[in-house]
Structures are given as C-alpha cells and as structure tokens.
Design a protein around this ligand. Structure first.
Ligand SMILES: NC(=O)c1ccc[n+]([C@@H]2O[C@H](COP(=O)([O-])OP(=O)(O)OC[C@H]3O[C@@H](n4cnc5c(N)ncnc54)[C@H](OP(=O)(O)O)[C@@H]3O)[C@@H](O)[C@H]2O)c1
Length: 316
C-alpha cells in the first residue's frame, strides 16, 4: 500500500500545516479536509471542507496533526475516540503523522492503540511566511516510526513532498532537536547581540547590514567546507592573545552576561583551532578564557608579544 491510497486531513492549518497542505496538493495526493478547532478561513484551503477534529476521523484515513506540540496527544485522543467502526471499502490501514521535532512518536499512542499506523515527519526547515510547496523542496526530513514498514511509508511520503528523508530513532529526538536549536535559534540570538554591538560602535542601526557579507561568507565556508574548523577565522584561530584580552576587558566592564557567552564559545573555538596553534598559545588562551576577569588572566602561561592597542585613544 503506498501513499496514493490515502485521503489526507491536515489538522491545524497554521504555519506548518498550510505548507503541508500545499505540498500534498502539489504532489497530487488526495486531501479530503482540513481539521480546525475554531472557524477558520485559510485561503489556501478554501476549496476544502473545514471540519472539527471529531469529524476529521470520518472524512479521511490519514491525519497530519500539525497542531502545537502540547496539543498533539489530546488531539490524537479525540481522533481515536471518533474513529469509525468500519472503513470505506478498499481503504488502507489508517495513518497518523505529527511533525514535532522533540515529541516522541508515542504522542500518537491513543491512535496506535486503535490500529492506526503512526509516524513523525520533522522537516528541518522554518515556516513562518506565505505557505508554499517549494518550502519543502530539498529539505532534510527526520522520519521516526516504530516499525520498518512505517519508516518506509514515511520515507515515501517525505520524498513525494520533495523532501530528503533520513531516519531518526525515537529516543534520540531530544538530542536531535537540541542540535537544531543550537545551530539555528541560538545563532539568531548571537547575531542579535552582534547587531547591538555593531549599532553601538557605528552609532546607527544598520548593524546586520554591516555584518551581512561576513556572515554570508562564513556560512558558505562552513556549509561547503564539511568541517567546521576549516571555516574558523578570527583572533582565537590566529592565537591573538592581545586581541582576546582587549575584547574581554571591554565585555567584563560593559556587558558581563555577553562576556560569559564570549568565554564559553571562545573555548569551543579554541578546541577547533588548537591543532593549528602552538602549545603555548593554547595554554595562554585557555587561562585567559577560563578566568573571570581579563586583567590578570593569562599571566601564568607563556605570553606572545603584546600587539599595539587596536583602540583609538588606547581605551582598554
Ligand atoms: N513552524 C515551523 O517552523 C515548524 C517547523 C517544523 C516543525 N513544526 C511543528 O509543526 C507543528 C505545528 O507548528 P506551527 O508552527 O505550524 O504551529 P502554528 O502556526 O501555531 O499552527 C498550529 C495550528 O494548530 C491549530 N490548533 C491549535 N490547537 C488545536 C487543537 N487543539 N485542535 C485543532 N487545531 C488546533 C491552530 O489553530 P488556531 O490558530 O485557530 O489556534 C493552528 O492552525 C508543531 O508540532 C511544530 O513543532 C513547526
């Protein structure tokens, strides 16, 4: 039985759900209804019946629960309670999908207990604007299921929507989601801090514009290089102790919270750069970055010659 046999209902036509709807239609799969919990006039799905969750059980035999993570288990329970006693002739074994990156496939347990096949399809993409099927194209998609035949079905469905499926064990989802958050959301938080510093330095508010070429080139080097170490540049990668000390003096004085982030991330950068540096540089930078203040830090290890102050007026 393949994905063409199913009549889909997307429950929750929000950011992901409306994109999934567009993707299913673009892939010529059958969409029978849109599941809503309130009156909804989503343009994209205007030609489809909008049904409440309990009726979605009757309209379709594949339900894509695109509701907030905290709602998945409850919606699965309500659907399970409304499943028809008999299926339409020739209908496939029903199927339920959710797309939480962190949530276990067991969130669909109420349906699994009623004989519904269950799987998670998590696209590693962000959906916020206009829902378009192209947003799914070439997107890596984690497929999680408890049975081999469900994994195969998930891979087929993700592939039909233009995504690049890969398998993910259910008990690795927290680690997997952490990777995505560190690599994407926390990067945004870091860039927001960089913008703030740049705006302050230039006394205008075009910080992201000034950073854009640097950021794009770094991302390109990172993604094309394969190994993060090859994309690392800057004072830690060069072993420029004086520059790191100058940064820390300014940060400790002006922005102690960012100083902590700078120290923690610079130690990660140092671990990447260490094979290219000599032992003395590594020890000095480690000592500098592990101490609370930059004033006395680093004096215990070998010192490279102090660079001329990069600050107009010898500020630090
Ligand atoms: N957005 C992304 O970038 C992204 C990426 C990957 C995975 N995901 C996953 O996709 C899922 C949905 O996220 P989202 O960002 O698309 O959320 P969203 O934009 O907030 O959309 C949620 C949808 O679910 C509906 N809904 C809420 N509670 C419901 C209930 N009890 N019964 C029926 N419908 C209900 C909402 O309707 P109302 O608006 O009327 O409340 C809305 O249409 C989550 O599991 C999320 O982890 C999202």
């Amino acid at each position: 039985m393949n994905v063409d046999a199913y009549r889909f209902c997307v429950i929750g036509p929000g950011r992901l759900g409306s994109t999934v709807l567009a993707g299913l239609r673009e892939a010529d799969l059958t969409v029978a209804a849109v599941g809503v919990h309130a009156d909804d006039d989503t343009d994209l799905a205007a030609s489809l019946p909008h049904v409440r969750v309990r009726d979605a059980a009757l309209e379709a035999d594949a339900w894509w629960l695109a509701v907030p993570d905290d709602e998945i288990y409850g919606v699965a329970g309500r659907l399970a309670g409304a499943l028809p006693a008999t299926r339409r002739p020739g209908a496939p074994q029903p199927l339920a999908i959710h797309s939480s990156g962190l949530g276990s496939v067991h969130l669909l347990k109420p349906l699994h207990e009623q004989g519904v096949r269950t799987l998670c399809l998590h696209p590693l993409q962000t959906f916020a604007g206009e829902p378009r099927a192209e947003l799914l194209r070439d997107v890596p998609c984690a497929v999680t299921a408890l049975e081999e035949r469900d994994l195969l079905l998930g891979e087929e469905l993700a592939g039909r929507l233009g995504m690049r499926p890969f398998r993910l064990e259910d008990d690795q989802k927290t680690l997997y989601h952490l990777a995505a958050v560190v690599g994407c959301n926390l990067l945004v938080a870091l860039e927001s801090e960089a913008k703030r510093l740049m705006d302050e330095a230039t006394a205008e508010s075009r910080g992201l514009d000034h950073l854009s070429v640097l950021l794009e080139t770094t991302m390109r080097n990172l993604l094309q290089g394969g190994e993060p170490a090859s994309a690392l540049t800057g004072p830690v990668a060069r072993g420029d102790v004086g520059t790191v000390r100058a940064h820390l003096r300014l940060l400790d004085r002006e922005s102690p919270r960012l100083a902590q982030t700078y120290r923690a991330l610079s130690l990660e950068a140092l671990a990447l750069a260490a094979p290219r540096l000599d032992d003395g540089q590594v020890e000095t930078l480690q000592a500098l970055l592990r101490t609370g203040g930059a004033g006395d830090a680093g004096r215990s290890g070998p010192q490279p010659p102090s660079p001329p102050s990069p600050w107009a007026g010898g500020q630090p």
